[in-house]
Write a protein that binds this ligand. Structure first.
Ligand code: MG
Length: 372
């Protein structure tokens, strides 16, 4: 399903004068960064709609002949930079008319609310709380081009939930859309385990891990810390049988969540590696290229560390590599079994950090083949 950008005009693409009416060429000027930002968005697969309220357009209060020259000049300037809209939707009513076509009403946008479009993955780009409310009413999210001094406190709780980003910078806004939200949720329920995982590759390191296995929790907690991601992972597993299903299924769900969160993979580093860490000499090489390969060179001298069997860690990382669809090669040498396992987790996390790192301004696939 196609995703849509509902793009406001006045105050977002072009500056809005004090009288809120752009009725002459002299009043036409672009918001800084709007042209280059829109140009960057032309590289994405969003449908682009211009959605605007123009109070009383076509009446004596705002004759068309005063509106059209500036409007056409704006479109012509954008077209000169390769920027086009798929459709324009302009409501001409006054606020006092209280008609449902006027933003934040959605009556002039019903062609897009029929179920043929991915509204949950769509965005309103605007400069006012009414644009955020339009996002709420459409069931999509809002990107607010805020003015200096604007405070989120002006929004209702519902509007705040719909707000994906508030920024003064068109460049930040375009970058956000090009990168996409690198967040994924996976719920995996079988007769053996019930798992909920939330991963945010651009998160702030928030961590909540509870698998019922204390040592496994301790190891999994290395990932958000060293990979620079947020991770929530809860598992209710059949620990009365043994640790196997819990450890394996968490690894599968985690790999799946990481793969989903990576999305289109454009602009990422793709590869990662880690140098020896601590006294354990742990190494990890990683390729997020979509093919699966796994090697494991870690020997343990103990059957258990904490409440987890050491033999399970090869299986954990193999399961994770398969679900992530990655090449994952792990090697560690040392004497202390706790450090061997922790070193492998840390090396993997550091490798992951490099591989998922996003280079601002780049939107190419890290592959000479053009696909991953
Ligand atoms: Mg506006």
């Amino acid at each position: 399903m196609q995703r849509i950008l509902f793009i406001d005009r006045d105050g977002t693409l072009i500056r809005e004068p004090d009288d809120e009416q752009i009725d002459s060429l002299e009043k036409l000027s672009f918001v800084p960064g709007a042209i280059s930002g829109m140009k960057a968005l032309m590289q994405t697969d969003f449908v682009r709609l211009l959605v605007s309220n123009q109070d009383g357009l076509g009446t004596d209060a705002f004759p068309e002949e005063t509106f059209l020259p500036a409007h056409h000049k704006m479109l012509e300037t954008l077209a000169g930079e390769g920027i086009h809209f798929d459709a324009e939707h302009i409501d001409r009513t006054f606020e006092a008319d209280h008609l449902p076509t006027r933003k934040p009403g959605t009556a002039m946008l019903t062609a897009y609310t029929s179920g043929d479009y991915d509204l949950a993955g769509s965005y309103v780009i605007g400069d006012r709380a009414t644009d955020v409310q339009l996002a709420v009413n459409l069931g999509c999210r809002a990107l607010l081009l805020r003015s200096p001094g604007w405070a989120e406190a002006h929004l209702t709780a519902t509007q705040k939930r719909a707000l994906a980003l508030a920024t003064e910078s068109w460049s930040d806004l375009a970058e956000y859309l090009r990168r996409g939200e690198r967040r994924a949720e996976v719920h995996r329920k079988t007769a053996e385990t019930d798992i909920d995982i939330v991963v945010d590759l651009d998160g702030r390191g928030e961590t909540h891990i509870d698998t019922g296995l204390h040592f496994y929790d301790h190891m999994l907690a290395q990932l958000p810390h060293h990979a620079g991601i947020s991770l929530s992972c809860t598992c209710k597993g059949d620990l009365d049988v043994d640790e196997h299903h819990t450890m394996e299924d968490v690894a599968i769900a985690l790999g799946e969540a990481l793969r989903k969160a990576l999305g289109h993979k454009r602009g990422i580093g793709r590869y990662g590696f880690a140098l020896p860490m601590d006294e354990t000499d742990a190494f990890c090489t990683l390729d997020l290229g979509g093919r699966i390969d796994f090697s494991w060179q870690v020997d343990f001298s103990r059957e258990y560390v904490g409440d987890t069997p050491t033999e399970m860690y090869k299986h954990v990382f193999h399961s994770l590599a398969c679900a992530l669809q990655a090449n994952l090669h792990l090697k560690a040498q040392g004497e202390n079994n706790h450090h061997l396992i922790e070193g492998v987790f840390k090396a993997f996390a550091r490798a992951l950090r490099q591989a998922i790192s996003y280079e601002a301004g780049r939107y190419d696939l890290p592959s000479s083949k053009g696909c991953l």
